[in-house]
Design a protein around this ligand. Structure first.
Ligand code: SF4
Length: 299
């Protein structure tokens, strides 16, 4: 891949099977930090048996406060061919997963399409993303991905720049979410409440940023069709050695209430995630002996 422009960084950087010279630093060979059942996503994603989570190494956004810094900033992971990944997807299917989640997988869209041509799991495929996507790359996934699970993080250019060096975060992500909604329409659910098609937007409230949060919820209300759910998350924890003034603490109950009340006043459907996961104990192990389903007993 001589000139990669898969994500909004549009580095046009050379990537080979062993080296990556773009912002993400990723080679064209897939690097993955974890493939295991994951029970802690929203109910329509995890259901009762869990989603089969494939955590790809690297990230095209790289927030300064990322909980998963080992994979997103430091690219921890192991290499997989499409055939190898298809085998692990089969293991997740055999384990009874309700969906399969591809997490921060944008730099590997061509390789994932190759994987799915070898084996397409018979459950909804979820694209779990920072939201920072190009419409062109999302169009490659049209008809392949059933459920989009994008973050919607920052409203102002200042916060996008400060947190991820991406002043265009909102401009890019708002267009990306419009495209996701165009592809998947109003959410549909199975009998047991698992989303089979649709877009579910996640928003993590940051300390001192409730006005940004409310502005984003207002955008969802004003610009998207009715019925697109929002998952409001209050579990921010300063991670990854974040060194941004104001982001060195959790949010207060009062901050949470202000945003949750605004969401209710706007009449947005969705999910309110409790503070119980506001701890790094919920961060799974990456690239460890128990990180890959079916390999636990072979190490
Ligand atoms: S996927 Fe990586 S190399 Fe490609 S444009 Fe994005 S950051 Fe650059």
């Amino acid at each position: 891949m001589p000139n990669c422009t898969l994500c909004p960084r549009r580095c046009s950087a050379p990537r080979t099977p062993t080296e990556g010279h773009g912002f993400c630093g990723l080679p064209t060979t897939m690097k993955i930090g974890r493939i295991q059942p994951h029970l802690w996503e929203e109910p329509p994603i995890s259901g009762t048996r869990g989603t089969g989570a494939v955590f790809f190494s690297g990230c095209t956004l790289r927030c300064a406060y990322c909980q998963n810094g080992d994979i997103s900033h430091r690219n921890a992971g192991r290499s997989f061919t499409p055939r190898e990944l298809s085998e692990y997807l089969r293991r997740l299917t055999d384990a009874g997963m309700e969906s399969i989640s591809f997490i921060t997988a944008t730099p590997y869209v061509p390789q994932i399409l190759e994987t799915l041509a070898l084996y397409r799991p018979p459950v909804p495929l979820v694209w779990n993303t920072s939201g920072y996507e190009t419409v062109e790359t999302l169009r490659l996934l049209d008809g392949v991905i059933d459920v989009y699970l994008p973050d919607l993080k920052h409203r102002s250019e200042r916060m996008g720049r400060l947190c991820a060096g991406a002043a265009d975060y909102f401009a890019v992500t708002s267009e990306a979410i419009r495209e996701m909604v165009r592809q998947t329409g109003v959410p549909q659910y199975s009998e047991n409440g698992v989303m089979t098609r649709g877009t579910l937007i996640r928003h993590l409230i940051l300390p001192g940023c409730t006005s940004e949060s409310i502005a984003l919820l207002q955008w969802v209300k004003d610009e998207l069709p009715a019925g697109i759910p929002v998952s409001l998350m209050q579990q921010y924890v300063p991670c990854n050695g974040v060194d941004i003034p104001g982001l060195d603490r959790r949010i207060t109950p009062r901050e949470y209430r202000r945003v949750a009340d605004a969401m209710a006043a706007l009449g947005l459907p969705g999910y309110l995630q409790g503070p119980t996961s506001a701890t790094v104990d919920f961060v799974p192990s990456f690239n460890a002996p128990d990180s890959f389903i079916g390999d636990e007993h072979s190490v």
